[in-house]
Design a binder for this molecule. Structure first.
Ligand code: BGC
Length: 793
């Protein structure tokens, strides 16, 4: 029996239909168990093998632009420009979608009261179709700031607020589970999806994930934290084998996931596309069951990434409970495997049970009457506030910023007019609007140089008309080259008080970025910066660059030419308003880098192992840098970055004082107190960062590691805030591969309190008398080959 939900009303009919079955039972026949009314065991016992095999395999994918499979004929595979997808389940076309544009659905089993649940992307906002045939109503969603910006807030309360608003849209548009957040590590700046991810540091990534998951799930909907694990590139993403040491896995690539799972219990985890040490992650029992479920106590279910992995039976056995988007061949393989003993019924039942437990909590199961009318206006305010909270002032010579409202501003750079709210692919959002920088400055009350703006708008309109149409989901037209301003820069410098130049970058699913003309500025971007700077500096006027980017770029070669740099990231739909909030000083910048800006790509520790070998079409990538990712590398190897991890300026100044440790000796846990005072002239927020340097015994350790952080409230000039951080035994430990254990070595621990990884204001220390095993874990994820890991000695 197939049923579909076109609306909340039909969901209600489904409930009636289920009770009708029960009534029939009461009239004599043996009642059929019903989800939510009978025990899970009764429901699972009543399921046929075919039903189980359908439940653990999604309903398929309706590929936009492709005709439905012909009834009775085996459907053909779908080629989407280099990617071949398996044939879809005809049901994906036959059964009307509850939420058009959602990425996937599970099968309903109506006779047992099991509804189909809907899952939808993505990390910066709910990704659904904004329009539906035959209706004028729109279904836009809020484009929140991208994850890299949210992490730069260092403000988990703010990120939770974003989650509360975000989750409301998930619920009110009828979706059960959001396919986000994503928390892979920024291993290399060229990672095409880095904008979807938080940080190079697992504590930041894990804490941000936990915060947003709590916010989203407070709405009674689920999340899917992704992509688990070691999915740090897009090049050959469906087949690349990441070869990673057990220690780097535990300390860097799994750590954020473990923090998020333990602190927020996401309803689901999405396994990744890649192989890890020789096996697809979705087919690794040690990763999905031993570590995730047994060691960390994950209670939800695991789903594959879309079309991820190769072997449905191995995936079931590994504990990958749901295969997405699903096709009937996978269900057939599961049925056959149970029949010939390759998959035990007990394992399949365990997968089914995990799914049912989450389905029971879903709004669809509960018959929630969603409104299709979330509070988009209210959520835009949240997006703007978070965007302003996470932007980072990188440079501010001679108080280039704030610029008083009313000033005449010359607005340069294509992206000032076409601001990039967020990245491409499944991380993109169908939003109603994006406020450009031009609009933002106008809204704030600046006088924008009109002729220049008109020139830009004409130039862009013309260039856009000439751009080729994208061939498919993964195809994006090349960026429009910067307009030549040589002949007009001088006139603008005469007429304006200050210049703003926006440099933009976009990237997303399906491809990594390149060093030339992407990580590095293009020749014509450099020319733009030089022309404008020369003209404005000749008149004693300031030039500020706005970076509207999703991932790190090179800044060292051109930053001396300008007075100010504001890193706006990709700030969501309120972009221009949020940037203007900082330019005007309405908001004092308080974002800090959660990812290092190197002096050049050549300094990147992962550079020689990205995106893998062989060069043309990599099939494997060796993580030779081991644990030395991001600041862990730059600090230990004394390589000076352009802007270090944790860095960011403010319009005011702060002082840290009274830094005290609760005891000279560690006994179970220890607290560190600090007082932060705003010593400047305007109100502002500071981020207090706690780094720990552990004693080195038999294994090498990073110079220091971030172990705690917190953002102050808005402190008025002269105002202080008292803060306390608590470290637990697990915060002291490193992963010892030979013992498969987390061990805290005896000796002196230095606690460094600072406003960045390199701006340490106070250091205090405590002693651990005896070496402690803080946690013994399973031997798992063992590489099949020796890795020549980077050593510091
Ligand atoms: C992406 C996932 C996404 C899924 C569903 C995949 O291509 O890697 O992040 O959730 O598609 O759209």
């Amino acid at each position: 029996m197939k049923i579909s939900y076109k609306s909340a009303a039909s969901a209600a009919m489904f409930v009636l239909f289920s009770s009708a079955i029960l009534t029939a039972g009461a009239q004599g026949k043996k009642p059929v168990p019903q989800l939510g009314k009978s025990t899970l065991k009764q429901v699972i016992d009543a399921m046929t093998l075919q039903e189980k095999s359908k439940l653990v395999v999604g309903m398929g994918f309706k590929m936009p632009g492709f005709p439905p499979p012909v009834k009775g004929k085996k459907a053909a595979a779908i080629d989407i420009g280099g990617f071949t997808l398996p044939p879809s389940d005809p049901e994906a076309y036959e059964i009307p979608e509850k939420v058009p544009g959602a990425a996937g659905r599970t099968h309903a089993i109506a006779r047992l009261g099991i509804p189909s649940i809907t899952v939808s992307d993505g990390p910066a906002g709910l990704r659904i179709e904004p329009k539906r045939p035959g209706s004028d109503k729109t279904y836009y969603a809020t484009a929140f700031p991208v994850a890299t910006l949210l992490a730069s807030t260092w403000d988990t309360a703010m990120v939770k607020k974003v989650g509360v608003a975000f989750g409301n849209e998930v619920r009110e548009y009828g979706v059960d589970i959001l396919l986000a957040p994503a928390l892979n590590i920024h291993r290399n700046p060229l990672g095409g999806r880095n904008f979807e991810y938080y940080s190079e540091d697992p504590l930041v990534a894990g804490s941000m994930t936990a915060a947003i998951v709590k916010g989203i799930q407070s709405n009674g909907v689920g999340t899917s934290i992704k992509h688990y694990a070691a999915n740090n590139q897009e090049t050959q993403r469906n087949s690349i084998n990441a070869i990673v040491s057990e220690r780097a896995m535990r300390e860097i690539y799994l750590k954020g996931f473990s923090i998020a799972v333990k602190a927020s219990q996401p309803w689901t985890v999405m396994s990744s596309y890649n192989k890890l040490n020789g096996t697809f992650t979705s087919q690794r029992h040690d990763l999905l069951t031993t570590i995730l479920k047994d060691e960390w106590g994950f209670k939800g279910f695991v789903m594959t990434d879309w079309f991820g992995g190769k072997d449905a039976v191995a995936q079931m056995n590994a504990g990958n409970d749901l295969l997405m988007p699903g096709n009937p061949d996978q269900s057939d393989a599961i049925v056959a495997a149970v029949k010939d003993g390759k998959l035990s019924m007990a394992q399949l039942d365990a997968n089914v049970e995990r799914l049912l437990k989450i389905i029971l909590k879903s709004p669809t199961f509960k018959g929630y009457k969603y409104s299709d009318a979330p509070d988009l206006e209210g959520h835009a305010k949240v997006a703007r506030m978070a965007a302003a909270d996470g932007m980072i002032l990188l440079k501010n010579d001679g108080n280039a910023l704030p610029a008083s409202v009313g000033k005449r501003i010359a607005v340069f750079g294509n992206t000032s007019y076409n601001i990039i709210a967020g990245g491409t692919g499944s991380g993109d959002v169908n939003k109603a609007y994006t406020i450009s920088l031009l609009q933002g400055l106008n809204n704030a009350g600046y006088k924008v140089q009109e002729t220049l703006s008109k020139n830009y708008q004409d130039y862009l309109a013309d260039a856009k008309m000439k751009q080729p149409k994208p061939k498919n989901f993964f195809d994006h037209p090349a960026p429009i080259p910067e307009m030549d301003v040589t002949s007009i820069a001088g006139t603008e410098a005469e007429g304006a008080d200050e210049a703003v130049i926006t440099i933009g970058r976009n990237a997303g699913e399906g491809a990594d970025r390149k060093v030339e003309n992407d990580y590095n500025l293009t020749p014509n971007e450099k020319e733009l910066i030089n022309n404008v700077s020369n003209a404005f500096h000749a008149k004693g006027k300031k030039v500020v660059v706005i970076l509207n980017i999703g991932g790190v770029i090179e800044v060292a070669s051109w930053r001396d030419a300008v007075d100010g740099i504001l890193l706006a990231w990709q700030p969501g739909l309120e972009a221009g308003n949020a940037i203007a909030d900082l330019i005007s000083g309405k908001v004092n910048p308080s974002g800090r880098l959660a990812t290092t800006f190197a002096m050049s790509y050549a300094d990147e520790p992962t550079g020689k192992n990205f995106p893998g070998v062989p060069e043309k079409k990599p099939d494997h990538v060796i993580y030779e840098e081991g644990i030395y990712v991001g600041y862990r590398y730059f600090d230990a190897f004394k390589v000076k970055p352009a802007y270090e991890f944790g860095y960011g300026l403010s319009y005011t100044k702060f002082k840290f004082s009274d830094v005290k440790v609760s005891s000279p000796d560690f006994k179970g846990n220890i607290s560190i107190k600090v007082t932060v005072t705003n010593t400047g002239d305007v109100a502002g927020k500071e981020v207090v960062q706690l780094y720990l340097a552990a004693p080195v015994k038999t294994i090498e350790k990073p110079e220091d590691e971030l172990k705690a952080f917190a953002k102050t409230g808005l402190l008025a000039p002269g105002e202080s805030q008292f803060m306390v951080f608590t470290l637990h035994a697990s915060d002291l430990a490193s992963f010892y591969t030979d013992k498969s254990a987390w061990i805290a070595d005896a000796g002196e621990y230095k606690v460094k309190i600072g406003s960045s990884s390199r701006n340490i204001e106070k250091t205090v220390s405590f002693n651990l008398a005896k070496t402690m095993v803080t946690e013994k874990v399973h031997k798992a994820l063992v590489p099949q080959q020796a890795i020549n890991e980077l050593k510091n000695k």
